[in-house]
Design a protein around this ligand. Structure first.
Ligand code: UD1
Ligand code: CA
Length: 461
């Protein structure tokens, strides 16, 4: 039996009131539709079809060639969205697992259970439902006196009695593929909203086919994200699960409510994470490292026993035992070697440093290759941009750069060089040199009195 997955992700997400399409909105730093596709991949399908429409390029950029796309040009409702897959799926034998693109919390073991239950019960259509104390906004599951499901009624079309029903539609279905398309062709426009509701397949199919429900016990995992408040609930739920898993694996997390760790982050045993810290993307933190407080790490590697405090680290690497921060900014492939010191108000961009290098205060290092044991004095910078192009600075080993030195790129500084404080260096420096590039100081003796007269001294009346 062939298995297909169908994700409905063409909607605007009007209730989100955000620019980007809803299904691309991040949950702990990762677009919600990506969670769905990854779990579907782990469950195993012959084909995953995604319906895209509103700002489709954004979703296609995220999912790439992991899925087949079908386009819904006009957003005329969930039933119309599913029917947009007809060019890819209609006439195929097998079952189709339908999911909305705004339900990121369902993990693959639950998907697996739903598919197995569908087979065991011999259903033509399985509707995944959940029970909610406050079912507002969800379609209600209506049953007859024998308990058989007869239809799903959307909140706005409910009678007062139907509104009190606590069993709701999760918008996840498993359905015989041929019967699905037969039913989809029969859906009529909902008069009030002018949309084609996928939920109407229940009323269409229940007379001729076997329709059943699968009740999910924890309604949080089938929660639909419709607005920014539900984003926060989903993030809280996922954050708790992720942080707990790390803590049980030997990661100390202080004040975990304030710590956000992305779904794909790898953290080794013996790591300490301090309050108000976010580690997301494809990041790795190795054993004995200390991260935070007040630190953002994105797509970066923090090597063993490194310390990163009050800092921002994006697409970068912090070497073993290196100490970063407070208030450092590493970005755009800053590859900091082991035993480095990157101190306050130091920015490193697209650069590598060797072992034991130090930039302790107020430096900018951009587009540079820096060797071992280099010392950047306070305020020393690489001048990498001439207003048109970026240029490279190469600095050897054992270089001492005095305070407030400008190194105008392109520039090569060889090993064992000393650059005098305040120099603006524009020429390469050969090995073993002392470079001084500044005006010589002149002291004019006995001159103070010509500049400052006693009455200027600001004595108070
Ligand atoms: C839907 C269900 C409701 C269920 C709830 C669960 C219908 C009519 N209602 O309501 O019974 O309780 O989900 O979360 O199905 N989409 C398209 N094209 C469209 C419209 C929507 O692709 O023209 C996609 C959206 O991108 C979204 C999904 O379908 O990912 C669900 O749409 P949404 O508008 O969120 O449906 P709900 O009102 O939440
Ligand atoms: Ca929804």
């Amino acid at each position: 039996m062939k298995k297909y997955a169908l994700i409905l992700a063409a909607g605007k997400g009007t209730r989100m009131r955000t620019e980007q399409p809803k299904c691309a909105f991040p949950i702990l730093g990762k677009p919600m539709v990506e969670y769905i596709v990854e779990n579907l991949e782990r469950t195993g399908f012959d084909e995953i079809v995604t319906i895209v429409g509103h700002k489709k390029e954004v979703l296609m950029d995220i999912l790439g060639d992991k899925v087949t796309y079908a386009v819904q040009t006009e957003q005329l409702g969930t039933g119309h969205a599913a029917l947009s897959a007809s060019s890819v799926l209609e006439d195929k034998e097998g079952i189709t697992f339908i999911l909305p693109g705004d339900m990121p919390l369902m993990e693959y073991p639950v998907m697996d259970k739903i598919l197995r239950a569908h087979g065991e019960m011999g259903n033509d259509l399985t509707i995944v439902t959940m029970k909610m104390d406050y079912p507002k906004g969800y379609g209600r599951i209506v049953r007859d006196e024998y308990g058989t499901v007869t239809k799903i009624v959307e909140e706005n079309d409910c009678t007062e009695y139907q509104k009190s029903i606590k069993e709701v539609n999760s918008s996840v279905y498993v359905v015989d593929n041929k019967k699905l398309f037969e039913a989809l062709h029969k859906i009529k426009r909902n008069e009030r909203k002018g949309e084609f509701y996928l939920t109407d397949i229940v009323e269409i199919m229940h007379q001729t086919s076997k329709v059943n429900t699968f009740i999910v016990r924890n309604p949080l995992i089938t929660m639909g994200i419709n607005d920014l408040y539900s984003v926060s609930i989903a993030e809280k739920h996922l954050r708790d699960i992720i942080n707990k898993t790390h803590m049980l694996n030997g990661v100390a997390i202080l004040n975990p409510e304030s710590v956000t760790i992305g779904h794909d982050v790898i953290i080794e045993e013996g790591v300490w994470i301090y309050p108000n810290t976010s580690i997301v993307g494809k990041s790795v933190v190795k054993h004995g490292a200390h991260v935070g407080p007040n630190t953002d790490v994105h797509n970066s590697v923090i090597e063993a026993e490194a310390v990163v405090r009050h800092s921002v680290v994006l697409d970068s690497v912090v070497g073993e035992r290196s100490v970063v921060g407070p208030f450092a900014h590493l970005r755009g492939h800053a590859n900091i070697g082991p035993d480095n010191r990157i101190g306050n108000f130091v920015e490193v961009k697209n650069s590598t440093t060797g072992e034991g290098t130090k930039a302790a205060h107020l430096s900018y290092i951009g587009d540079s290759e820096v060797g071992d044991r280099v010392n950047f004095g306070c305020g020393s910078i690489t001048v990498n941009y001439d207003g048109v192009k970026k240029h490279k600075t190469i600095i050897g080993d054992d270089v001492f750069i005095g305070c407030n030195v400008n190194m105008v790129a392109p520039l090569k500084v060889a090993n064992n060089v000393f650059i005098a404080a305040g120099s603006t260096v524009t020429k390469d420096i050969p090995e073993g040199s002392l470079a001084i590039a500044r005006n010589q100081q002149i002291n004019k003796s006995d001159y103070y009195k010509h500049l400052i007269k006693p009455k200027d001294k600001g004595t108070q009346e």
